[in-house]
Write a protein that binds this ligand. Structure first.
Ligand SMILES: *Cc1c(COP(=O)(O)O)cnc(C)c1O
Length: 233
């Protein structure tokens, strides 16, 4: 079941790349495994999907403990809102933190990374749709935040992330993805030290095909791989 879902999602990504004249190798599928039991994560891993996304620090750490004994090379992505007091725990486990949306959080990540003598790879989360319920910096404020973050010693900014609104028709989110891509180009042309704009983390189950057509390099798909989440477990 999970294996078939992964295959289908990957085919859809590859088709979207072809339509957009992109190389499918530019797009990495992250299986968003939040709330799912490790048994299902094993199925995704056994099917060859090594990029896993979690939105809670504790859950990521617990699953990391169990699965890092069984599999090498899992790439854990921290995709949820991150509190400063939890940075330390997740820092050496996540390959990429997608959800940096304030200088204070970025400073905390950099200072903890310095202590561990590592460099933290991060994305700036942008609330392109300007939804009040969502985290993320406003698009207008993202370039200034990138400039300030660029000064921090143990951070590497790899690109931008957005969570688009829930819509019935994914076409309604196309402008969001176009806007995030344009923003990444604008920030990229400033040629800041420690700032790369190579990564665009955008698109979820409902709208990842449109996101890939508009330049996504990381797509975060949960339900479309693992099925509905049960938050009562
Ligand atoms: C849960 C979540 C996803 C996956 O959502 P689906 O609609 O199940 O694909 C993607 N990104 C973030 C940040 C999430 O929290």
């Amino acid at each position: 079941m999970i294996q078939q879902n992964l295959k289908k999602v990957r085919e859809n990504i590859d088709d979207a790349c072809r339509r957009a004249g992109r190389n499918p190798k530019e797009v990495t599928l992250i299986a968003v495994s939040k709330t799912q039991p490790v048994e299902l994560l094993r199925q995704a891993l056994d099917a060859g999907t090594y990029d896993l996304g979690e939105n809670k620090v504790q859950e990521l750490c617990d699953k990391y403990e169990i699965l890092s004994r069984e599999y090498e090379d899992i790439r854990w992505h921290m995709i949820g809102h991150l509190q400063r007091n939890k940075v330390k725990q997740v820092l050496d486990k996540a390959c990429l933190i997608h959800s940096v949306d304030s200088l204070r959080l970025a400073q905390q990540i950099s200072s903890e990374a310095q202590k561990k003598q590592i460099v933290a790879h991060v994305l700036i989360e942008v609330n392109v749709g300007e939804e009040e319920s969502k985290f993320g910096v406003l698009a207008a404020d993202a370039p200034a935040l990138a400039e300030q973050m660029a000064q921090l010693p143990a951070l590497k900014i790899e690109g931008l992330m957005t969570i688009a609104p829930y819509v019935d028709n994914p076409e309604e989110n196309r402008w969001i993805f176009q806007k995030l891509r344009q923003l990444s180009i604008d920030i990229g042309t400033r040629n800041l030290d420690n700032v790369n704009m190579n990564v665009l983390s955008m698109g979820m189950t409902n709208d990842y095909i449109v996101a890939v057509e508009e330049g996504a390099t990381l797509v975060r798909v949960g339900t479309g791989i693992f099925g509905e989440r049960n938050y009562n477990l």
